[in-house]
Design a protein around this ligand. Structure first.
Ligand code: PLP
Length: 410
């Protein structure tokens, strides 16, 4: 018999979203006919806008004609798309051959770990998007669990109200990785330029590397806030950025993203990280779908950029409604102004209990903060991805918590 990879056995909790889905199914089975509304997962709900959708259609049509058919493309992505991302989104701050097209940010976060292997210390913001932790566990870099899903080999960087959701940089391990997400999932908080400059300085001083997840940068409305780590001096020598068309163009199911791996970035041995990433892309990734890439090109046309703005404005409108509903209940929360997530505080409560209470009283699904790390224990994440009528209805139903607010918000 073949042995199971021991790293898989090391993943301690069922993955967050399947567990939420299980509880939702159980509730629905026990309450037939009740309409449950989800403000839980970060899945997009609105259709792809026409210009970008036209790019996808044209990409599909090209495959059906012998004159325009293409098979495998470059593993790193279409040159035209790499150039357009470098020019339009990064305004030349990065070069086209530093941009690698992927099938999504999550997939790249998993594959990037292959660059560093099991022996590298990693630090994660606490709370954080679960893939940074689970991916580290799978590659063997997290060590064993000490309690629940907290791992001995990982460094947790608490991001809490007391530190304005920005971590103590002294905790960053030397010669290691720092996963950093801004706008943050789940808190919705965006780090400012000064904070990112301090992060870069700390990371460079320690010989570490930042994996910067900017999947929600198109939600930033405050022009003073940085949308890319490369807006900050020194980032190209210490940071990889992952990004995605999922939440900006509605490509969650299309699957298209990219990573920027600067040529200045080296390991302690002096070897090039960019060259190794190129090797990984060509070895175990065979390039993103050519249909998806045709859609990506359209999304970066002037018309496509307007569509991105309209789509993200729509979800930000939802976020405003949710924030308003929570504030009416006097539940303190952050996020939702430059991001589609709202992080709501229920001091002293267990987040899975609050999850159940919201499901039972309001028939609304949210995400328990405990799934994002130890400091999420008494928080709930609300997602602004949803149809407007559903979000409005969910906000009305959240009013049902009023009677219990004393209990919830003690
Ligand atoms: C912070 C963050 N990064 C990456 C992703 C996944 O992006 P993609 O759909 O491109 O894999 C998500 C999805 O929710 C996310 O929240």
């Amino acid at each position: 018999m073949v042995q199971r990879n021991p790293c898989i056995a090391n993943i301690k909790t069922a993955y967050l979203f399947p567990e939420i889905a299980r509880r939702r199914r159980e509730y629905a089975a026990a309450h037939p006919g009740v309409r449950i509304i989800s403000l839980g997962v970060g899945n997009t709900t609105e259709p792809v806008f026409p210009h970008t959708g036209g790019g996808l259609s044209a990409g599909a049509a090209a495959l059906a004609a012998s004159e325009t058919y293409t098979g495998y493309g470059d593993e790193q992505g279409l040159t035209a798309l790499r150039e357009k991302i470098a020019a339009v989104l990064y305004k030349g701050m990065v070069a086209a051959d530093e941009v690698f097209i992927s099938d999504g940010a999550k997939c790249d976060i998993g594959r990037l770990q292959l660059l560093f292997g099991a022996g590298t210390q990693a630090a994660v913001q606490d709370p954080s998007y679960p893939v940074y932790v689970d991916g580290s566990v799978l590659i063997g870099a997290a060590g064993g669990a000490i309690q629940g899903a907290v791992y001995r080999g990982l460094t947790y960087l608490p991001c809490v109200e007391e530190n304005n959701y920005f971590p103590d940089l002294d905790l960053i391990p030397p010669n290691g990785l720092v996963y950093f997400c801004s706008p943050n999932n789940p808190t919705g908080v965006v780090s400012d330029r000064k904070q990112l400059a301090a992060l870069i300085e700390a990371v460079r001083g320690k010989g570490s590397i930042i994996i910067f997840d900017a999947a929600y940068c198109e939600y930033i409305r405050d022009p003073a806030l940085p949308r890319s780590i490369y807006e900050i001096e020194g980032a190209k020598s210490c940071a990889i950025e992952v990004n995605s068309f999922s939440k900006s163009a509605g490509f969650t199911g299309v699957r298209l993203g990219w990573s920027v791996v600067p040529k200045d970035l080296t390991y302690v041995s002096g070897e090039s990280v960019n060259a190794d990433w190129n090797r990984i892309c060509t070895t175990i990734f065979n390039g993103a779908s050519n249909i998806a890439q045709a859609g990506g090109l359209a999304a970066l046309d002037d018309e496509g950029l307007k569509e991105t703005r309209a789509l993200t404005d729509f979800y930000l409108g939802n976020a405003k409604l949710i924030r308003g509903a929570l504030r009416r209940l006097e539940i303190s929360c952050v996020g939702g102004d430059n991001s589609p997530y709202i992080w709501a505080h229920f001091p002293g409560r267990d987040s899975w209990d609050v999850f159940s209470e919201i499901l039972e009283k309001c028939q609304v699904v949210c995400t328990p903060g405990a799934g994002f790390g130890p400091t999420g224990q008494d928080f709930i994440r609300f997602s602004a991805f949803g149809h407007r009528a559903d979000v409005e209805e969910a906000c009305t139903r959240l009013g049902n918590l009023k009677q219990g607010t004393q209990k919830i918000n003690r």
